[in-house]
Every structure is written in structure tokens, then in C-alpha cells.
Design a binder for this molecule. Structure first.
Ligand code: FMN
Length: 162
């Protein structure tokens, strides 16, 4: 059975994800892209993963730095997601970013920040499967109050406890 690409997108869109911006900084400045395919992998050693398109301009720059930072967006950061899902030349315009230990950009207002060295890159078809070794991590004090930005069926939402 062949899988139709639009049906693949529709069905997989039924799996809800959080939204992150994965960043890196090289000599030309900061790079970043919206990423939903983020997950924890291992506790010991502490590993996480995400899957960028293997030809993504942002990922090709981040890869060369050997590190990345995962910025978990809050429910009030939908506009930030929109910018980092786009193709603007300077996605960081107007963003007062800082760094943690690897030098990859930390985006203000993120509800969690996970700063990593690249551990390994595996073949994932038209995407790469990137495994990162966590070097530093933190959360914002207002994370529970603001809640995470969620993505489901191609649209955004917020978390509600049941
Ligand atoms: C909610 C959301 C989640 C996304 N998740 C991914 C992902 O996991 N992997 C990916 O390659 N692209 C993902 N994208 C699309 C990329 O953000 C987009 O293709 C990227 O910013 C392109 O930038 P570039 O041209 O600078 O590489 C996602 C977009 C949105 C809106």
C-alpha cells in the first residue's frame, strides 16, 4: 500500500505535540527553526532528540556548530512559532536572545530551555534524526501558569488539565 503524502500529514496531525524552537549560532549570527518532533530519549546519559528536514537551511547551519538549544514555547508565543516556521532572513530581529553553555541562542519567554551538544545524527529519510547530549537545562518560574503551546490537526492550542 502506498501512503499518500497529504493523508500522511492529516493522520500524523492527530498526534499532538508541544512546540519548540531549536537554535544555533555561527559566525553569521543566530539560526533557528520551529520543531515539533522533539522528545526525550535517555536519562543516563541525558539524551534528547529532534528531526529537522535534512536540507533545512537553518539545520544545515546549526549542524556545523556541533550544538543546539531547544526552547520550549509557552501558549502565549504562537507568533514566535510563526516566525521560526517561516523563511525570513533574520528570524531573530527584535528578539533579545542570550546564551547558556553551548552558545546556542536562548529565546526569552521560553518555558523550558535544554542546551545540548550534538551526540549523533541518524538517517531518517528526508529528515535527520538528531540526538543531543544535554549540557544545561532550566525552566521559567511562570511555566505552569502560562502553559505550553500545543500543535494539533494543523492548529495551535493550549493545555487544559482534566
Ligand atoms: C508547529 C510546527 C512544528 C514543526 N516541526 C518541524 C519538525 O519537527 N521538523 C522540521 O523539519 N520542520 C518542522 N517545522 C517546519 C520548520 O519550522 C520550517 O520548515 C523551518 O523553519 C524552515 O526554516 P529554514 O528554511 O530556515 O530551514 C514545524 C513547523 C511548525 C509550525
Amino acid at each position: 500500500m502506498s501512503i499518500d503524502p497529504s493523508e500522511y500529514r492529516r493522520v500524523l496531525g492527530h498526534f499532538p505535540t508541544g512546540v519548540t524552537v531549536v537554535t544555533g549560532a555561527d559566525e553569521n549570527g543566530p539560526a533557528g527553526m520551529a520543531i515539533g518532533s522533539f522528545a526525550s530519549v535517555s536519562l543516563d546519559p541525558p539524551l534528547v532528540m529532534f528531526c529537522p528536514g535534512s536540507e533545512s537551511a537553518s539545520w544545515l547551519r546549526i549542524k556545523e556548530t556541533g550544538a543546539f538549544c531547544v526552547n520550549v514555547l509557552g501558549a502565549d508565543q504562537k507568533d514566535t512559532c510563526g516566525v521560526f516556521a517561516g523563511k525570513a532572513d533574520d528570524k531573530f530581529e527584535g528578539i533579545d536572545w542570550t546564551t547558556d553553555v553551548t552558545g546556542a541562542p536562548v529565546i526569552p519567554g521560553s518555558i523550558a530551555v535544554i542546551d545540548c551538544e550534538i551526540h549523533s545524527i541518524l538517517d531518517g529519510g528526508d529528515h535527520d534524526i538528531v540526538v543531543g547530549l544535554v549540557k544545561s537545562m532550566s525552566t521559567s518560574d511562570d511555566a505552569a501558569e502560562r502553559g505550553p503551546l500545543l500543535f494539533f490537526q494543523g492548529g495551535y492550542g493550549r493545555y487544559e488539565a482534566i
